[in-house]
Design a protein around this ligand. Structure first.
Ligand SMILES: [Fe+2]
Length: 146
């Protein structure tokens, strides 16, 4: 049997704390950390024992296929643009639109897809707790509708 990748040793931050952190980071020009380019790209903008935080740029037509966060809870704030999220809810995929200025807390078992189906680049900030500690973040199925 393959070893479990689930994180069990590190405590996660609560929803209120995650929301406070993601709101603060989103107000501090996270786009300045991002490399230039026309593909989906990201930058680690904060890292502690309790959480890791990433800024992500999503050009129109790019996204990330269904994935989980390896047992980490998360908070997401969309800084600019709009993202379409589809997440597993029971036996179905539920769709919601994440607009600029909105933020959402995701449970540790959240399983979702995120795509920018528009034409304007979106930028978002993601805080994960416990910190993402494997390469799932980079290895999930990339989507490019262009
Ligand atoms: Fe995700």
């Amino acid at each position: 049997m393959a070893p479990s990748r689930r994180q069990t040793a590190l405590p996660g931050l609560d929803a209120h704390t995650l929301s406070t952190i993601v709101g603060g980071l989103a107000s501090a020009d996270p786009a300045a950390f991002l490399p230039a380019g026309d593909c989906r790209r990201w930058a680690l903008i904060a890292s502690t024992d309790a959480y890791s935080a990433w800024a992500i740029a999503w050009p129109g037509g790019t996204g990330l296929g269904l994935h989980d966060h390896d047992g980490s809870a998360a908070a997401i704030r969309v800084v600019t643009g709009q993202l379409r999220e589809r997440f597993v809810s029971g036996d179905e995929l539920t769709t919601r639109w994440l607009d600029a200025g909105t933020q959402h807390v995701l449970a540790a078992d959240h399983h979702h897809e995120m795509i920018n189906v528009g034409s304007v680049e979106a930028i978002s900030v993601h805080v994960y707790s416990p910190p993402l500690r494997d390469t799932t973040f980079r290895d999930d199925p990339e989507i490019d509708l262009r």
